[in-house]
Design a protein around this ligand. Structure first.
Ligand code: FRU
Length: 487
C-alpha cells in the first residue's frame, strides 16, 4: 500500500514537472541563441579565434530580470549550433560588466601574449547619492590565453577613466592599419566618441560624431565602426543603437555610411537609415577577426517590454546571425542585412509549394520554417497571414497606397504584458519599386522578414499558445517556396 502511494506521489510529481517544463520551454526558439536560463540582453565580445566563434552576452545569472551584469559565454563552430560555457566575467570592485567587444592581439600590442584574446568592456559602478542612482562608467580590459576558457582582468583597470559623462560605455574596438592604432567607438550620451591606442591600455580622444545626424530620440548605445568594400571603393559604416526613439517605439538600430581618416568619421549625409525596422533587433554589432566578412547579431527584444515577456525562466533570444553587404539603389548606397548561408543547410524544402486556395500547410513544422517568395507584385496590396485553429494570427503585408510593409502581432497569443507590444510595426519611406523578393524566417516566437535580400528588414517577437498551422496569401503568388527547419 505504502509503496503504491509512494509510486503515485512520484508519478504525479513527474507529470507536474513535465507539464511545467513544457510550459516554460514552449516559447524557446529552435535555431536562435537563447541562454539556458535567466536574463540576457546585448551580444558582447564577438570574436573568431582558432576555429571557434565566441558570443558573450549581457547576463544576469540569478534572475530572469535585468540586474547586476556579467558576461555570459557561448561558442560555436558554425554560428548556428551553440555550446554554453561558464560565465566569463563577473562584477568586481570597479562595477558590474556592461557591454563591450573582444579582439585577437596578433602582434601582442598589449603585452599579455601573442594572440591573446582581449575583452574590452564597461565597468559600471553604481552608488546612491541622496537616494538617487548614480552611475560611474569607465572602460576596462581582461585577457584570455586559452581561447576564452579562463579570463584575467588587467591590474591597471580602468584603462579609460570617465571624463564626466553619465553615459560612457559599450567600447567596440577595431585595428586601423593606416594609423597602426586600435580605434575604440564609445557611447557618449547622444553621440559617439572615438578614441585611439597603440596598446589597448592608454587611450587618446580622437573625435566625436553625431550631433545633427540621424535619429536622436534617446541615448546612442553600442556603436560599431568598420570598413567595407563596395566595388573597390572603401566605405566606412557606423552602426548606432538608439533607445528610445526607434521607428516603431523603444529600441532600434540605425547606421551611417561615410569616411574615416583614423581620427574623424564623416558621414555622407545626415539622413536616418534603419538597419532593421522591427521592434526586436537591438545592440547588434559585428564579429571581430572574420576577414572580409561582416557578421552581425542583435538582441531580439526591446527595452520597452524585455523584462516582462512571458518566457519567465529564460528571457530573450538573439537574432539570426546576419551578413552585411552594401548595395546601390538609384545612385545611393544602403546597408543590407540577411541571415548567413549556414542556416540553409538546415532548411529542407517542404511540399506542396502552393496549396490550392493559396494556403500553405505548416502543420507539424514546430513553427520553425522559412518562406521565400520571388517577384512579389508591388502594384497592389499583398498580405501573408500565419494562423492556427486558436485564431492566433500574425500578418506581414504590403500597403500600396502608403507604400509600406507592416508586421501585425496584435492578434497573436499573449500581448497584454505591455501596451506598446500590440502596435503595428511599420517600415515606410521605401524606395518605390514594382516588385520585390521576400524571405521570412520564423522560429517559434520570432519573425524576421527580409525584403530584397535585407534592404528592408523587420524583426519581431510574439508569444502564441499554439504553433501556426497554415500560411495564407492574399494573392496567388508565383515562385513561393517553403522550407522546414530540420536538425
Ligand atoms: C544596451 C545597454 C548598453 C549597456 C547594457 C547594460 O542595451 O543599455 O548600453 O552596456 O545594455 O546591460
Amino acid at each position: 500500500m505504502l509503496r503504491k502511494r509512494a509510486f503515485l506521489f512520484v508519478f504525479t510529481l513527474f507529470l507536474m514537472m513535465n507539464a511545467f517544463g513544457q510550459n516554460e520551454e514552449k516559447f524557446r526558439p529552435l535555431y536562435h541563441f537563447t541562454p539556458q536560463e535567466n536574463w540576457m540582453n546585448d551580444p558582447n565580445g564577438m570574436v573568431y579565434h582558432q576555429g571557434l566563434y565566441h558570443l558573450f552576452y549581457q547576463y544576469h545569472p540569478y534572475s530572469s530580470k535585468w540586474g547586476p551584469m556579467h558576461w555570459g559565454h557561448a561558442v560555436s563552430k558554425d554560428l548556428v549550433d551553440w555550446e554554453h560555457r561558464e560565465i566569463a566575467l563577473y562584477p568586481d570592485s570597479l562595477g558590474t560588466i556592461f557591454s563591450g567587444s573582444a579582439i585577437v592581439d596578433k602582434d601582442n600590442t598589449a603585452g599579455f601574449g601573442k594572440d591573446a584574446l582581449i575583452a574590452l568592456y564597461t565597468s559600471n559602478h553604481e552608488t546612491r547619492v541622496d537616494g538617487r542612482r548614480k552611475r560611474l562608467q569607465t572602460q576596462s580590459i581582461a585577457y584570455s590565453l586559452d581561447n576564452g576558457v579562463s579570463w584575467t582582468k588587467y591590474g591597471g583597470n580602468p584603462v579609460l577613466p570617465n571624463p564626466g559623462k553619465s553615459a560612457f560605455r559599450d567600447p567596440k574596438v577595431i585595428w586601423h592599419n593606416e594609423s597602426a592604432k586600435w580605434i575604440m567607438s564609445l557611447t557618449a550620451g547622444d553621440s559617439i566618441a572615438f578614441y585611439g591606442s597603440k596598446n589597448l591600455k592608454e587611450w587618446d580622444k580622437l573625435s566625436d560624431f553625431g550631433r545633427g545626424y540621424g535619429a536622436h530620440g534617446g541615448v546612442w548605445e553600442c556603436p560599431d565602426l568598420f570598413k567595407m568594400d563596395y566595388k573597390g571603393k572603401e566605405v566606412w559604416v557606423l552602426i548606432v543603437s538608439l533607445n528610445p526613439g526607434g521607428p516603431n517605439g523603444g529600441s532600434a538600430t540605425q547606421y551611417f555610411l561615410g569616411d574615416f581618416d583614423g581620427k574623424v568619421f564623416t558621414s555622407y549625409d545626415k539622413e536616418t537609415r534603419w538597419l532593421d525596422w522591427g521592434t526586436d533587433n537591438y545592440a547588434g554589432v559585428t564579429w571581430s577577426n572574420v576577414g572580409d566578412r561582416h557578421l552581425l547579431i542583435g538582441w531580439m527584444s526591446n527595452w520597452q517590454y524585455a523584462n516582462a515577456v512571458p518566457t519567465e525562466k529564460w528571457r530573450s533570444a538573439m537574432t539570426t546571425v546576419r551578413d552585411l553587404s552594401l548595395v546601390e539603389v538609384e545612385g545611393k548606397l544602403y546597408l543590407r542585412n540577411f541571415p548567413i548561408d549556414s542556416y540553409n543547410a538546415r532548411f529542407k524544402t517542404a511540399a506542396p509549394a502552393v496549396a490550392k486556395d493559396s494556403r500553405l500547410n505548416v502543420l507539424g513544422m514546430k513553427n520553425a520554417f522559412k518562406i521565400s517568395i520571388k517577384d512579389v507584385d508591388l502594384s497592389r496590396d499583398f498580405k501573408l497571414t500565419f494562423g492556427n485553429k486558436k485564431n492566433e494570427a500574425l500578418t506581414f503585408q504590403y500597403h500600396k497606397n502608403h507604400n509600406y510593409f507592416a508586421v501585425n502581432r496584435s492578434e497573436t497569443g499573449l500581448i497584454a504584458f505591455n501596451n506598446n507590444f500590440p502596435k503595428k510595426i511599420i517600415a515606410d519611406n521605401l524606395i518605390a519599386k514594382s516588385a520585390c523578393d521576400v524571405d521570412v524566417y520564423m522560429d517559434k516566437t520570432s519573425i524576421e522578414v527580409f525584403v530584397d535580400g535585407g534592404l528592408v528588414s523587420i524583426t519581431g517577437i510574439f508569444f502564441n499558445e499554439d504553433d501556426f498551422e497554415f500560411v495564407e496569401s492574399s494573392l496567388e503568388i508565383k515562385n513561393i517556396e517553403i522550407f522546414r527547419y530540420t536538425k
